[in-house]
Design a protein around this ligand. Structure first.
Ligand SMILES: C[S@@+](CC[C@H](N)C(=O)[O-])C[C@H]1O[C@@H](n2cnc3c(N)ncnc32)[C@H](O)[C@@H]1O
Length: 280
């Protein structure tokens, strides 16, 4: 199963599965980009359910500016694009012609005009692309001179140690689960190199905290299993093994003092993202 097939299958439950982690970084990106100017053209690349657009519109209270913005939302998974289209009038309350939502792989933005966008966001997309260099060249090409591209990846997912410890209890003789992307994306130097190769001369990468959040440790464990079920099955896990993982994961998360924070009605695992700001 490819990354885009996986995301197409889980589109309707995607947001629960992220534990708010990508949304917190989207909020940070929008703060970096703000104030968003009237008539700005904005790309949300690998948009998923459109969390970047959600957060961006939340920071623009002036209805004249909101209605003047022109969004392009692209994702390789068509169920994600259908969800985005559903948000336009029901949730975002922007004119239908303010947004062009297209099922398109990031490696295949040939029909999108060059020198077009003032802001370009790819929030946690590049890890999953088949050809990151090709996709990065499209980010560069479609950005206006002087425009800014905001690209993110994970530095530390926080929960993987707990997942691997729990997995060893369920499948002691098999290798533990591994992340379904090239681990080079955990390294800021890799991100900088990809975007410099694409043509950017000004690429700055910084760290930004995020968290995987739920209302209890039990729910944290349930949401993580829900998000990782497809990945585990691709790595040879049976339904029974995935079911057995949940209580074990809850125990290992409970014992993860270094990354777990529990307060009244909320529990979260600390995460760290890489944020690249690239100016054309
Ligand atoms: C982790 S999600 C991020 C979604 C959203 N940007 C967010 O911040 O929550 C990754 C997204 O990349 C999309 N994706 C995977 N491969 C892709 C590709 N080659 N081109 C475009 N989108 C792709 C998936 O369908 C999914 O929506």
């Amino acid at each position: 199963m490819s990354a885009q097939e996986h995301f197409a299958n889980i589109a309707s439950v995607y947001e629960k599965g992220t534990g708010g982690a990508t949304r917190q970084i989207a909020t940070h990106l929008v703060q970096l980009a703000s104030p968003i100017s009237a008539d700005a053209k904005i790309l949300d690349n690998a948009c998923g359910t459109g969390v970047v657009i959600d957060e961006l519109l939340a920071t623009v209270p002036d209805p004249h500016v909101r209605n003047s913005l022109k969004f392009t939302a692209t994702d390789a998974a068509s169920p994600m694009i259908e969800l985005v289209k559903g948000k336009v009038e029901e949730q975002w309350h922007i004119p239908a012609d303010s947004i062009t939502a297209l099922t398109l792989a990031a490696e295949n933005l040939d029909d999108v005009a060059s020198d077009n966008f003032d802001y370009s966001f790819t929030n946690f997309g590049f890890l999953f692309f088949k050809d990151a260099d090709k996709a990065a060249k499209h980010v560069y090409r479609t950005l206006k001179p002087g425009g800014r591209a905001f690209i993110t990846s994970w530095k530390d997912l926080g929960y993987m140690k707990a997942v691997q410890q729990a997995a060893i209890k369920v499948r002691p003789d098999r290798p533990p689960p591994y992340l379904p992307f090239d681990l080079a994306w955990l390294d800021s130097a890799h991100i900088k190199a990809v975007f410099e190769r694409a043509g950017f001369q000004n690429v700055e990468v910084h760290d930004q905290q995020s968290s995987y959040t739920a209302d209890s440790v039990t729910r944290l464990s349930q949401s993580l299993i829900g998000m990782m079920e497809g990945m585990l099955k691709m790595q040879g896990w049976t339904d029974g093994e995935v079911k057995s993982l949940e209580p074990e994961l809850e125990c290992t998360i409970q014992a993860s003092d270094d990354v777990l924070v529990v307060e009244q009605n909320v529990a979260w695992i600390k995460m760290m993202a890489h944020v690249a700001v690239c100016i054309k």
